[in-house]
Structure formats: structure tokens, C-alpha cells
Write a protein that binds this ligand. Sequence first.
Ligand code: PLP
Length: 403
Amino acid sequence: MNATNFISQRLQMIKPSPSIAANDLVNKLRSEGKDIINFTIGEPDFDTPEHIIQAAIAAMRKGDTHYTNAAGTLAVRQAISEKLKRDNKLDYGTNEIICGSGGKPLIFHAFAATLDEKDEVIIHAPYWVSYPDLATLNEATPIILEGNQSNGFKLTADILTPSINEKTRWVILNYPNNPTGAVYSQKELEDLAEVLRKHPQVLIMLDEIYEFFVYDDNKHISLAQIAPDLRDRILIINGASKGYAMTGWRIGYAAGPEWLIKAMTKLISQTTTCPCSVSQAAAVAAFSGDQKPIYEMLEIYKTRREYVVNLLNQIPGLKFSPPQGAFYVFANVSELIGKTTPLGQVIQSDADLVEYLLREGGVATVGGQAYGMSPFIRLSFASSIEVIEEGCHRIRNALAELF
Ligand code: PLP
């Protein structure tokens, strides 16, 4: 039997998430007894704060174990509405909010609700790995715009303007950015808003999932705050995964125009039915309870960031700017391309370098190709200082062997 005969052409056009694949490979190598430092992880290493866990336990005991509204319980949508007011100075009613099983599925649902064949989705590289495939899965064409390391990989009006046309349905903006850590200033956002104003056929997706993790003088400002006149075309994507260390609970949310939230709700009613009832109760505690754990985590990320930046800066061949937000370093490795390993293999791409670091150095990273930009590697610093220190030490030693 040829299994691919049964797989839809749509599915054959996409690949498994490269960051999940990289993490799976680490787990496989570890299960074979290999000692691997894992810098691929795109999630907080912290446990979910205790008051959130207690809320989940209480919900289970109380019998909150049934289906809920497709868009999420009124309680969780109210908590999200209040969170948007408190943290982002944004006013969204509960009919303009949907709670789903993570930010990723909500992006899928938003695309499925709005995209037709040959519609275009503008994605600025380097990008989070899933955007192009989520667009392709919905028969749209991802239009990839190349970013510049010299301006911190930020989308600018000059880069955006020529790419918009009648077929453009979405422009995605993700900041703090995964993988680059880029954060946009008010002026940079105003410039982008000016371009977007001219194109009423374009919806704007703001992926703000790393909003709490910003460093130095950087501040997270939502484009929705800067351009209230674009509110009817903006969909905010966010969730509990990163800010509240709740990746496994699978809670995300979207806030946007009522027609779009309604369309996404219809889709959820015919697919996942609703997000997990217990996780929703936990998310109420996350969004409206004590916010101190976020700021405690932020302080720890700040220390780790300083540490990793300092250690990586001492390694010849890695060129990067300290990330302004999120918890990744995206390093240019072009100086290492063309070098030879002790076993005589020539490093021809970032994928070769990642493979070498993993097999010979015992450190897992993700190649820039996954983010639409080579030759780069992404390193996550959502790990303890000890792990960061050991991983950087291994990278330094492995790279010193190249000639
Ligand atoms: N957006 C970005 C930029 C991410 O990095 C991630 C997860 O890695 C997500 C969205 C999705 O997160 P979740 O589906 O856990 O809410």
C-alpha cells in the first residue's frame, strides 16, 4: 500500500514543525543515552505558578469537566477582556474575544476562516516556523519578505509597501519576535500603520505571545493601541503558554472584530468543540490572578540573557545583537560556512552546522532555514544558568575544532 496516495495534496505541501522536530530528535538521542544540551526549546522551563494549578484542581473538584461554549467560557473571556485593558490599554468585549486550544490553532482557524485559494499572506523573515505552513494548509500563498540584520530584522514601510496587492489578505507582525527578539518602537509601528491604512483589503495579525518578555529600555506596545482606526482589521493572537509558563495547558486567545471571532467560533464548533474546560478555569486564575510570577520569570530571563549574550559574544564566528525581547538568540554563522570539521566534512549550510554541533558538540540548536533565513542558528535561553554555561562551553569547543 502506498500511504501517500491517501494523504491530501494540501498536507503533502507542508512539513512537520522544524522546532518540534528538533526537540523530538533531542529526546530520541537522550533516550539512546547521549548527553545533549537542548537549546531548541521554545517554551519556559518554569513550572506553572501554584495559584493557577490550584484553580485547575478546584475546577475539577467543582465539576468543571464538561464541554464549554465553543469560544470559551464567559469567565475566561471576561478575564481576557480585563487583561487586555490592564496590560495593553485595549477595550475588547467578550463577543470580540475567543479562547482556543493555543495560539497556534487560533492562527490556523483565523486563516481557515478567511483565506481562499491564491490569497496571499505576507510574512517577514526570519519568521516563526509555523506561519508559512499554516497559510499553505489553507491554500493561500505565503509571500516571504526578507529582513535585514542591519536594522534588527524589523519590517519597515519600505519593505512592506511593494509587496501588498489586491490578493493580500493578511500581514503578520510578530513581536517580541521569535526567533530574532525584535521589539518595535512606537515610531516604527506608526510607520507600518500608515502603510496598512492605505489597504483596506488587508487583515493584520499581531502575534504578541512574548509580550511580557522585553529587556533594557524596550517596551511592548500593541499596534492596536497605536492605530485604533485599524481595529476592525486587527486580530491579536496571544495566550497563556509563554507568559504564564502554561505551554502544556493549551490555552490561547484571539481578540478582533466580532465577525471574525464569530467565524472562528463556527469553525471550532465543528472541529475541537472548545478548549479544555479545566485549562480554561486555570487560565482565569492566570489572566486575572497574581501577576507577580511573570515579573519573577522576567527577572530570571534578564539574567540568563546577559549571561548567554556575554558567553556567545566570546565565540568567534557568531554574529548577533542582544535580543530586545523573547528568549532566543538568532546568530549569523556565515563566517563558519566553508570550514571543515575534524572528520573532514565541509560545513556547507546552517543545517550542516546544527548537525555538527549536535553530533560532535552535544548541543542542539535550530538552523535558520526553519525561520526562512540562512545561514543562522537559533538558541533558546529558556534554560538554567548551568545549562546555558555548559551549552556555550560546548559550542565554543566544537567551533574551535573547525578549520
Ligand atoms: N506564536 C509564536 C511566535 C510562538 O513562538 C508560538 C510558540 O512557540 C506560538 C505563537 C504558539 O504558542 P501556543 O500555541 O502554545 O499558544
